[in-house]
Design a protein. Structure first.
Lengths: 364, 448
């Protein structure tokens, strides 16, 4: 009699599928950044700081204000519960795009704390991760000049919608967690420092077994980003006895193959760089362009070689050589993994850099 | 001879019974010395100016009555007498009954005061024909015949509509293009109509579709002769009704309601752009209010950070939940739209200004609604009018509340389910047996 009754019934059923409840946007407190530190005088537990944005009804001053709530608890969720009690609104993690680990926290295994981030459904897996120096809370508290929204500057740093710099290493929560759990690749974190009321993100650290293993300096960070992401907005500095110039890179490609020989296995790393000379302290000769290319190649080969050997020395593997090995060989996982662990310390790196300098950038 | 004698007498008796008490009925006896004839007509609906020339003058000039009868029979609008009932109907439709001796002669001499061709108001175009139809059915057929010179164009006037209104109805179609089964179905449905009064094509539309609780128009209503001619060439059937400058086109598909005649008059890419603009407008007016509620109250993480904060900020002074805010503003907007239709043209703009600008501004200042809400309502109102056929734009105005309701109770899932439901419903509809949610009405393309 009622042909639509089935449809209506179906619609009503579907409306029961809704998981999240009705809560107006102004009744939510948006957490923009979470900071995790080690408590100073306790052995166990964490200091959890949440940076909560306070929207204002005046569009001109909108969103400049924020509050930071800190609680100490054994687990993140306990601390979040406690903070919830302090805040009048419902905490919303939907816009939490930055997770900062305190430097001291990284001295211990952080695998356990990652649990909360991966289980909560409302945490975006594309949140950026970073390590705060000296503490995560210090990063949260910093209010750099000209910041329109709380933590927006960090989002601009890492999201590459704003600045694009080879010194800024970007890592996402999903990627970080994957690398943390996977065998054959080690996770890395950018180090966020505060200097003169501004952020400085130029270095990074590589973790091993959830702990801080090595910290790279500026130049190493740059080289890592070039290799890892084929990051082409880079300048290379060439400094020799009577020549000093900067090569601005247009495009870069870096690929490697793991070659197994009977004696010593090695990794062949091919890097191709194309670019122009951006600045020079001397008069450059267009006919000597091959010579300059050679200089670049030499410099960059050494840089890469040193970086890779440094990783090998500390037995960390942020490039994922081990993962590549596991993916391209057959056998049981255990056997492959054992084999790789015996190969890696003895591995040789053969880096080949090919440079194509298009011009010296000078009209004669 | 007996039969004819009774014909004139019974008719005269019947006419006198029915019309004697009406002021505008004329019973006239003409006498030229030899013969007497009777004239009966309703003087308000016949062309009085012509009576003298057509009937009176010849009657006194022609000396033989037989000659006069054959003169009457040769007149353009002479109609043969069938029976009393038929004759009564003719009188009501502006015919003159002449009773000559025993014979009854009927001549149509209808005068209608509504044959002026009007400017296209509802479906205006920038370029292209500027005039629409008139309210006179014959003028309309004339207009269409002048746009569609094809011998296969058939005009049928199968019946009068309505038990009491008895208005004339015409069906036009191109015999070569039309699908016979559709034509048959239309005629069938027209015959089944049994409403006392039908005065507009909208009403006829309601009566034709058996399921009269419909939300979407199943047939197209148009006032443009160029659209009619185009649709005739596409094999569609035009249903016209007396006293109405709009005609029905059957069958119609969804795409027809989204197309304007302007599309044919513009360069190819311009018209493609306009069509896509219309679909964007359709989606904005349908989904925006619901999406606002769904996103702000259920999933604010969909917004960009900046937008989320600015909406949150502008909603701080608003005391009511988002769906009440939306509903309040939408209803105000509907009131404004309705009011500006009813208002005289001279006051219309004032009402819009007062309503739109001042009310919107004041509502935000007073903290009743957020700034963003005003933008949304304005976007919805404007984009709704981008739908070229008015009937469809009304339907969409109603549908958005359905989506809003579903979203309010169940978030973005509700919006999704509502959308799917709407599509299901549109797919299930048919227009005179033809599928409704079909993008193009072009059978030939599909066959090849």
């Amino acid at each position: 009699m009622f042909p639509y009754i089935k449809i209506i019934f179906f619609l009503v059923l579907c409306s029961l599928l809704v998981s999240c409840g009705f809560k107006d946007i102004d009744k939510r407190s948006f957490v923009v950044t979470i900071g995790i530190d080690k408590p100073e005088n306790k052995e166990e537990g964490y200091d959890i700081s949440l940076k909560i944005a306070l929207p204002s009804s005046d569009p001109k001053t909108q969103g400049e204000e924020f509050i930071i709530h800190t609680e100490t608890a054994r687990t993140v969720s306990e601390a979040v519960r406690l903070i919830k009690a302090k805040s009048g609104n419902e905490l919303d993690f939907g816009h939490m795009k930055m997770i900062v680990f305190g430097e001291k926290l990284l001295q211990e295994d952080i695998t356990q704390i990652m649990d909360w981030f991966t289980r909560r459904r409302d945490i975006q897996k594309i949140a950026f991760v970073g390590s705060g120096k000296p503490t995560a809370k210090a990063i949260l508290e910093l209010k750099p000049k000209g910041e329109r929204l709380p933590s927006n500057k960090l989002f601009l740093f890492f999201g590459e919608t704003g600045t694009e710099s080879p010194y800024v290493t970007t890592n996402y929560l999903f990627h970080f967690y994957r690398n943390l759990m996977d065998r054959g690749i080690d996770p890395y974190l950018p180090i966020i420092e505060t200097k003169n009321e501004e952020f400085e993100i130029t270095t990074m650290s590589v973790l091993k077994n959830g702990k801080n293993a090595i910290v790279l300096d500026k130049e190493e960070t740059k080289t890592f980003n070039v290799l890892n992401r084929e990051y082409d907005k880079v300048n290379l500095k060439i400094e020799q006895e009577n020549i000093y110039f900067m090569l601005s890179v247009d495009s870069i490609s870096a690929e490697y193959t793991i070659v197994e020989t009977k004696n010593i296995p090695y990794i062949e790393y091919d890097v191709n760089i194309k670019g122009i000379i951006e600045e020079s302290l001397q008069q450059l000769d267009n006919t000597k362009i091959d010579e300059y290319s050679k200089m670049v190649e030499d410099v960059f080969t050494t840089e890469i070689q040193n970086l890779l050997e440094k990783f090998q020395e500390k037995s960390v593997d942020p490039m994922g050589f081990g993962l590549r090995y596991r993916a391209t060989h057959n056998g049981t996982e255990e056997a492959k993994w054992k084999k790789w662990q015996s190969i890696y310390p003895a591995l040789q790196f053969r880096v080949k850099v090919q440079t194509d300098i298009k011009s010296t950038g000078i009209i004669e | 001879m007996r039969r004819i004698k009774s014909q004139a007498d019974t008719l005269k008796q019947l006419l006198e019974e029915n019309f004697k008490s009406t002021e505008d009925a004329t019973f006239k006896t003409l006498d030229n010395g030899q013969d007497q004839i009777e004239m009966v007509y309703i003087n308000t609906i016949v062309d009085n100016a012509k009576i003298h020339d057509l009937f009176l003058k010849p009657f006194f000039e022609i000396d033989k009555i037989n000659k006069y009868v054959s003169y009457i029979k040769s007149l353009n609008d002479y109609k043969e007498y069938k029976n009393e009932k038929e004759a009564m109907k003719e009188v009501l439709h502006g015919a003159i009954v002449l009773l000559i001796e025993d014979e009854a002669l009927i001549v149509g001499l209808k005068l209608q005061e509504n044959s002026a061709v009007q400017n296209a108001m509802v479906e205006a175009t920038i370029m292209g024909p500027q005039t629409a139809l008139s309210e006179n059915i014959n003028t309309n057929i004339n207009l269409i015949r002048h746009r569609y010179h094809v011998p296969t164009l058939k005009v049928e006037k199968p019946m009068l509509m309505g038990e009491k209104s008895k208005v004339e109805l015409a069906i036009l179609y191109d015999e070569q293009q039309v699908k016979p089964e559709v034509l048959k179905k239309i005629k069938n449905q027209l015959e089944q109509i049994n409403e006392p009064i039908i005065q507009s094509s909208g009403e006829l539309h309601r009566a034709i579709i058996q399921n009269n609780k419909r939300l979407f128009p199943h047939l197209m209503v148009t006032e443009r002769p160029d659209r009619i001619a185009y649709n005739l060439s596409q094999g569609k059937i035009i249903i016209m009704i007396e006293g109405n400058p709009f005609v029905l086109i059957a069958p119609a598909v969804f795409y027809d309601f989204m197309s304007a005649m302007e599309d044919f008059y513009q360069p190819y890419w311009v018209s493609k752009f306009l069509i896509s603009l219309r679909y964007i407008g359709l989606f904005i007016s349908l989904f925006l209010p619901a999406a606002y509620v769904g996103i702000t109250s259920f999933n604010p993480e969909v917004f960009r950070v900046q937008l989320a904060f600015s909406i949150a900020g502008s909603r701080i002074p608003v005391p009511y939940p988002s769906y009440i805010e939306v509903l309040f503003m939408l209803i105000m907007m509907e009131m404004l739209t309705e009011a500006s239709i009813r208002l005289p043209k001279t006051i219309g703009p004032t009402a819009t200004t007062v309503g739109g600008l001042i009310l919107g501004q004041a509502a935000t200042e007073a903290g009743l609604v957020s700034n963003i809400m005003i933008i949304i309502v304005a976007a919805v109102a404007i984009s709704n009018f981008i739908i070229p056929i008015n009937e469809m734009s009304f339907s969409m105005r109603v549908s958005k509340y359905l989506l809003l309701f579903l979203t309010t109770i169940s978030g973005l899932i509700g919006l999704m389910i509502g959308t799917i439901g709407l599509i299901y419903y549109l797919v299930h509809l048919d227009s005179v047996g033809e599928p409704y949610l079909k993008l193009f009405f072009d059978e030939k393309k599909q066959q090849t």
